[in-house]
Design a protein around this ligand. Structure first.
Ligand code: PLP
Length: 428
């Protein structure tokens, strides 16, 4: 039987340092690793033997983090990267080439939107944006050059869980993997349990938890048959000239169902080089030790805040998975039975001036463009993250002029509510 998340978060992927017996994962701050012999070196480069060569491609501190993430997620293997942006870029570039396309949910983090709408477009990869309220939109946007589907589990500002099972099933019919950005809901949702093939994280957020480090990760579910529709996935089914003609779906077989992540490590990380530093990997390992405890507490505090705000006259609407109605409420019940996470939004009845006044009046909450910190955070998207969009575009993404986004931390709930209360009074 596999162990529970609380146990895996402390133990998976590491027992002790083989050289010293150290229990905490050491920071292996080294660029390179001594080979035992010329034969050993040749075997490592030929992938006949797995082992450390150079820290751009692998490192023992990162290896412990990667094994821990794969275990927690129920996946086959993982790859740690320098940022969430690097992770989302690599998930797509691992499959799509110029002339190909992906179909993506419209409900995305702004940085991902820019990556898909502009940078990937400049590289010849088209992102087709579809509204996730209708899963069939993914099927309608698919053609012969569609290589992947992409979505966020719990996208803000709408905070409506994505229909993972429905869209994963549509994709599997075509031989198309569903890539899920699970940054906002680690442990609360395990996308592989619903049929997703790949999970990515900005580890900067809840996985780290302390707001100290930028990082990202990609996890291969090991649950997708890349050879079932070979013409659909040429990147894994045709010879790779950069690795002596290796066909990754075949080459990975002796190592396990890890073709996707093996290719990402041996080609994209080798060539584009967005490696996580061992020091940051160490900090993420510290954060993950308490992730199960923290996600419970974030969820509990955010739920209490949502219920508190729903009763306030200064507030016209609360956006939280437990306060949805209709289709959104059904999705929340299905995908978030173990807690709804630490994010919520609300609208000030007084519109944009009230939203700004509320933020300015906060004393305990930090005013920052981040989520998933142990501290409580707030931002007014209309005047910051979404200020470059027109009011109509802002509305389409779910941002109204009085919308305030909160990322609820781990402070005592009475102190969180006291700060919100005084800021609402000052702004209301
Ligand atoms: N995905 C989501 C859902 C995010 O919120 C973020 C950052 O805010 C990213 C990806 C990008 O991650 P990073 O800032 O670590 O590059």
């Amino acid at each position: 039987m596999t162990q529970h998340p609380e146990t895996l978060a402390l133990h998976a992927g590491w027992r002790r340092d083989p050289a010293t017996g150290a229990v905490a994962v050491p920071i292996y701050q080294t660029s390179s690793f001594q080979f035992d012999s010329t034969e050993h070196a040749a075997n490592l480069f030929a992938l006949k033997e797995l082992g450390n060569i150079y820290s751009r491609i692998m490192n023992p501190t990162l290896d412990a983090l990667e094994q821990r993430l794969a275990a927690l997620e129920g996946g086959a293997a993982a790859l740690a990267l320098a940022s969430g942006q690097a992770a989302s870029s690599y998930t797509v570039l691992n499959l799509a080439r110029a002339g190909d396309n992906i179909v993506t949910s419209t409900d995305l983090y702004g940085g991902t939107w820019n990556l898909f709408a502009n940078t990937l477009k400049d590289m010849g990869i088209e992102a087709r944006f579809v509204d996730p309220s209708d899963p069939q939109g993914f099927a309608r946007a698919t053609d012969d050059r569609t290589r992947a589907y992409y979505a966020e589990t719990l996208p803000n500002p709408k905070l409506i869980p994505f229909p993972i099972a429905e869209v994963a099933a549509i994709g599997r019919g075509f031989g198309i993997p569903l890539i899920m950005d699970n940054t906002a809901a680690p442990l609360l949702v395990r996308p592989f349990d619903h049929g997703a093939a790949v999970v990515m994280y900005s580890t900067t957020k809840y996985l780290g938890g302390h707001g100290t480090s930028i990082g990202g990760a990609v996890i291969d579910g090991g649950n997708f048959d890349w050879t079932a529709h070979p013409a659909r996935q040429p990147a894994l089914n045709t010879p790779d000239p950069s690795y002596h003609g290796a066909v990754w779906a075949e080459a990975a077989k002796p190592l396990g169902p890890i073709a996707y992540i093996l290719k990402m490590r041996t080609t994209l990380l080798r060539d584009l080089g967005a490696a996580m530093s061992p020091f940051n990997a160490f900090l993420f390992l510290q954060g993950i030790e308490t992730l199960p405890l923290r996600m419970r507490e974030h969820s509990r505090n955010a739920r209490a805040v949502a219920d508190f705000l729903a009763k306030r006259t200064e507030v016209s609407r609360v956006i939280h998975p437990a306060h949805h109605t209709g289709m959104a409420a059904e999705r929340s019940a299905r995908y978030l039975p173990n807690g709804q996470g630490g994010l919520l939004g609300f609208e000030m009845a007084g519109g944009a001036p009230a939203g700004r006044a509320f933020i300015d009046a906060l004393k305990l909450f930090y005013h920052v463009a981040n989520i998933g910190d142990a501290r409580s955070l707030a931002i007014h998207p209309a005047s910051t993250t979404h200020s470059q969009l027109s009011e109509a575009e802002q509305k389409a993404t779910g941002v109204t002029p009085g919308y305030v986004r909160l990322s609820i931390g781990l402070e005592h709930i009475d102190d969180i509510l006291a700060d919100l209360d005084q800021a609402l009074r000052a702004a209301g």
